[in-house]
Design a protein. Structure first.
Length: 258
């Protein structure tokens, strides 16, 4: 089989959370470029509309849907809207997330809850809803949760983030055990440090210089470095993958201690 056929997403409907910028915007572009109709979801609707325009100008199909992923009512509205426009979502990319820099002893309950609600709880509930709708429509599909290398080795000031991302890895396994037999594959991608709108200033400074010394490939991630993992899990190329977490970090995980 040709690679172009193996990774072809024509006829599929994808939904990407956190799609207004960074990795999420790239995920939406790549899915659309390979044939999927894509629902872009985030709070910044103007940025979402820019993404839709970009996809449409490249010949793809997309729709912007404003929502906070921690709002369960909004979540239902998002799936309803995506179904009305394109049909049942058969590819979910659970990408929305927030970070923090508080040390464990200074982390407030509100700060902790904000990270867990967005990075862990929302991931579960969006995956749950996507799976329910796929089953109701008698369709299989792929759920891709975005974890992090932080799931495997925490650094100072990342307690809530690391806890949430480790939970995402285990959640991915637990859901895969139950859903794979029903035709729904659940897998995860664990990126290392990527240069995005949120991290650019931080990685350009002294902290970034220290971090890059622990990355064997000698650089941070950039546009395109996650495309292969995304398409593998979204397409028939990953048909025998379930409960897996693909680490894409330039070798950083090999240097983690603890």
């Amino acid at each position: 089989m040709k690679a172009s056929d193996l990774f072809n997403l024509a006829g599929r409907v994808a939904l990407v959370t956190g799609a207004s910028s960074g990795l999420g915007a790239r995920f939406a572009d790549v899915l659309a470029q390979n044939g999927a109709a894509v629902a872009l979801v985030a709070r910044r609707v103007n940025r979402l509309k820019e993404g839709v325009l970009r996809i449409e100008q490249a010949g793809g199909r997309a729709v912007a849907i404003e929502a906070d992923v921690t709002d369960r009512t909004a979540m239902l509205r998002v799936f309803d809207t995506a179904e009305q426009v394109f049909g049942t979502v058969t590819i979910l990319v659970n990408n929305a997330g927030v970070a923090h820099a508080d040390r464990a002893l200074e982390l407030t309950e509100a700060g902790y809850r904000r990270v867990i609600d967005t990075n862990l709880d929302a991931v579960f509930f969006w995956a749950q809803e996507a799976a329910r709708r796929m089953l109701a429509a008698k369709k299989g599909g792929s759920i891709i949760n975005i974890a992090s290398v932080a799931a495997f080795g925490a650094t100072k000031g990342t307690a809530a983030y690391a806890i949430a991302k480790a939970g995402v890895v285990q959640m991915t396994k637990a859901m895969a055990v139950e859903l794979n037999v029903k035709g729904i594959r659940v897998n995860a991608i664990a990126p290392g440090w990527f240069v995005t709108e949120i991290s650019r200033d931080y990685l350009a400074g002294e902290a970034g210089a220290k971090l890059i010394r622990d990355i064997p490939i000698g650089r941070f991630g950039r546009d395109g470095d996650l495309d292969g993992a995304l398409l593998l899990l979204a397409s028939d190329a990953g048909a025998f993958m379930a409960g897996s977490t693909i680490v894409v970090d330039g070798g950083q995980i090999a240097t983690l201690r603890g």
